[in-house]
Design a protein around this ligand. Structure first.
Ligand code: ATP
Length: 156
């Protein structure tokens, strides 16, 4: 499937909103990683979402994972923090977004996707590296794999 990325480069003439999000690199007992595919853009990513006022990033990661794919997860150590900025035409603003990622261990097995996703896959870290679209998400995966004691190298 081809990517249909809807974010654009930040625009100097538009307001910028700072956002903090939090998410999880979910690793199962077989060392596989869970990726979700966004229905709007057709790209693979990790579950994540906004940290609400008064909420810890860990609690937000657990809640967002539950909402987006139905899994109950134990949130582990922080693996990475990324930052990206984009202009979002539907809101006519720039977003300056930070996303904190944690290792997460599933404590349930039934996956139920939110409407904004149209597919899910448990994959090896090497495969996840090829499937993820955004370069900084690939960096998150590499760090998470290392923290979880897995390898995430391209197989030739
Ligand atoms: P959320 O509620 O999880 O913040 P969202 O869809 O509102 O979800 P993003 O997931 O940040 O926000 O997506 C907004 C835009 O940013 C999309 O075009 C997406 O492809 C892009 N995007 C998502 N992750 C990254 C990333 N790691 N680096 C750069 N751009 C990204």
């Amino acid at each position: 499937m081809t990517a249909r990325i809807q974010s654009e480069s930040p625009r100097a003439d538009k307001e910028t909103r700072k956002v903090l999000s939090s998410g999880g690199v979910i690793v199962d007992e077989r060392g596989r990683v869970l990726l979700l595919r966004r229905a709007d853009e057709g790209i693979w990513c990790f579950p994540k979402g906004h940290v609400e006022p008064g909420e810890t990033p860990q609690a937000a990661a657990a809640r967002e994972i539950r909402e987006e794919c139905g899994l109950l997860c134990m949130i582990g150590r922080k693996v990475s923090e990324i930052r990206y900025a984009y202009y979002w035409r539907p809101d006519d603003v720039n977003y300056d977004k930070r996303v904190v990622y944690f290792l997460a261990r599933p404590e349930s097995s039934d996956i139920r996707l939110e409407d904004r996703f149209d597919a899910w896959r448990w994959v090896s870290p090497s495969r996840a590296l090829r499937m993820l679209f955004h370069r900084n998400d690939k960096d998150v995966l590499r760090k998470a794999a290392k923290a979880a004691g897995l390898t995430a190298t391209r197989k030739t």
